[in-house]
Design a binder for this molecule. Structure first.
Ligand code: PPS
Ligand code: ADP
Length: 200
């Protein structure tokens, strides 16, 4: 019963951890179709941050859907639960003082809104990796679109399941006319002021 769970107060706080790391902690959330470029851009942003001494971690399909969420499918209900668990995991990592980069299709607006409730608005940066379905299908990095067209994959986002595009993402990257380098610069420029601790 939830009312019987009484949280402990530990001596080391989120603030202590942030001061120890010399930077703020928050979540950078990448949303977009499969093959839009979420992992490629998140990876390049992490490399840049890591080289500046920022403590980071990437959450993506490989470490989540093959581990903690391996029981979940691509039904709307399971996608909602997928995003909820990832947001809770990210929240712990924010608490641990990290800049977390999360790259998930996250096709439903209400699920992305719920992330803000879990990690709090101030800790949430939304990046829309805005690539058309035509381009993603042309790239077909993993051959999934071909399989979806052949009816071998159900609920494929953009083909047989919806993608609800963000209307006011913090950063909107149109990868069809933006290089990875330019996208990384756009993101780094946006988040740099957020890395600063209060009273710095
Ligand atoms: N039906 C269907 N729809 C969309 N994507 C599919 C599907 N089946 C498998 N895949 C592969 O799983 C990756 C998406 O998982 P996510 O956890 O990001 O999806 S979601 O946020 O729960 O919608 C996605 O990875 P990315 O290509 O990195 O986006 C796909 O490779
Ligand atoms: N401007 C760009 N930004 C990101 N990826 C790009 C861009 N142009 C081409 N690509 C290619 O698109 C593919 C995106 O794949 P990936 O990053 O795995 O997407 P996702 O994680 O969204 O499924 C990669 O092969 C990448 O090299």
């Amino acid at each position: 019963m939830n009312e019987n769970i009484i949280p402990h107060t530990f001596q080391i706080s989120i603030k202590d951890r942030r001061v120890g790391n010399k930077h703020n902690s928050f979540l950078i959330w990448f949303t977009g179709l499969s093959g839009s470029g979420k992992s490629t851009i998140a990876n390049a942003v992490e490399l840049e941050l890591f080289n500046k001494g920022i403590k980071t971690y990437i959450l993506d399909g490989d470490n989540i859907r093959k581990g903690i969420n391996k029981d979940l499918s691509f039904s709307p209900e399971d996608r909602t639960e997928n995003i909820r668990r990832i947001a809770e995991t990210a929240n712990l990592m924010i608490d641990a003082g990290l800049v977390v980069l999360a790259a998930f299709v996250s096709p439903y607006k209400k699920d992305r809104e719920n992330i803000k409730n879990i990690v709090k608005d101030v800790n949430f940066v939304e990046v829309y990796v805005n690539t058309s379905i035509e381009e993603c299908e042309k790239r077909d990095v993993k051959g999934l679109y071909k399989k979806a067209r052949a009816g071998e994959i159900q609920n494929m986002t953009g083909i047989s399941a919806p993608y609800q595009a963000p209307e006011s993402a913090d950063i909107d990257i149109k990868t069809e006319n933006t290089t990875v380098e330019v996208a990384v610069k756009q993101i780094i420029d946006f988040i740099t002021p957020k890395l600063k601790l209060e009273n710095e």
